[in-house]
Design a protein around this ligand. Structure first.
Ligand SMILES: Nc1ncnc2c1ncn2[C@@H]1O[C@H](COP(=O)(O)OP(=O)(O)OP(=O)(O)O)[C@@H](O)[C@H]1O
Ligand SMILES: [Mg+2]
Length: 235
């Protein structure tokens, strides 16, 4: 469904990604792990068309991705950015409606999509008239996910959905991610909470200073002494 082939990205003198290759099969959930500065966000931003690669290719389904960011959303590649980036001055419902612009004209009836998202994320329904900035961190993450669903994703790119959340709330967020995947959406999730991500993902890749250093089934990664030492805080 999604393929990254020998992708390299540079920011001036900084080589943020160095020949990165990975793939995510249709319906699969894959985790991308790595420490601060490893290049995880850069990979997602390059996939969604916000950063231009120096070399390499990205393929969605049978399309080589050369189009711009908005066109990629219309193809079903939807990115939930790091730190959520919801619109603080808009209500919850306005945030959701704006996200439908990928496929809906100004006069489109969004009630069916909204009903589905409110049934899936009931807290958003309770809070639908509340302004974005006044939502808690966990609620903002749910809103960011709801907004991505409004864009009708085929592939969801999630950047650190558990960032800054209490463990129980982070678990709630990942439970919703697992449910989205069960409904057939392909998911690539970036996380520093390795244990949580590998519980939901079937496979994972580990990125270190721009290179994939390890990959494998989640169970194998969880038992890999190097992964345990570096990312799970115990050898
Ligand atoms: N716009 C930019 N200009 C210059 N350098 C950048 C830019 N964005 C990222 N970098 C650098 O590229 C490298 C990878 O950054 P990136 O944000 O992709 O890492 P990350 O794995 O997402 O880290 P974190 O876990 O802290 O979010 C870092 O060395 C970072 O300083
Ligand atoms: Mg990042």
């Amino acid at each position: 469904m999604l393929k990254v082939d020998s992708l390299s990205v540079r920011y001036g003198a900084v080589q943020a990604l160095d020949n990165v290759s990975l793939h995510v099969a249709a319906g699969e959930t894959v985790a991308l792990l790595g420490a601060n500065g490893a290049g995880k966000t850069t990979l997602l931003r390059t996939l969604s068309g916000l950063v231009k690669p120096a070399s390499g290719a990205m393929i969605l389904g049978d399309a080589v991705l050369t189009v711009g960011a908005e066109a990629r959303v219309r193809l079903g590649l939807v990115h939930v950015p790091e730190r959520r980036r919801i619109f603080g001055g808009l209500t919850v419902e306005e945030n959701l409606k704006v996200a439908a612009s990928a496929w809906a004209g100004a006069a489109a009836d969004l009630s069916g999509d909204l009903d589905k998202i409110y049934a899936f994320l009931p807290r958003l329904k309770e809070r639908r008239a509340q302004l974005g900035w006044s939502m808690s961190g966990g609620e903002q993450q749910m809103l960011a996910i709801g907004r991505a669903l409004m864009a009708r994703p085929k592939v969801l790119l999630l950047d650190e959905p558990s960032l800054g959340l209490a463990p129980r709330i982070a678990q709630d967020v990942f439970d919703r991610v697992a449910e989205i995947a069960r409904q057939g959406v392909t998911v690539l999730v970036v996380e520093q909470n390795t244990a949580l991500a590998l519980k939901v993902a079937s496979r994972g890749y580990v990125l270190e200073t721009g290179r994939i250093v390890t990959d494998g089934a989640s169970t194998a990664l969880l038992n890999d002494p190097k992964v345990r030492e570096a990312y799970l805080g115990r050898a």
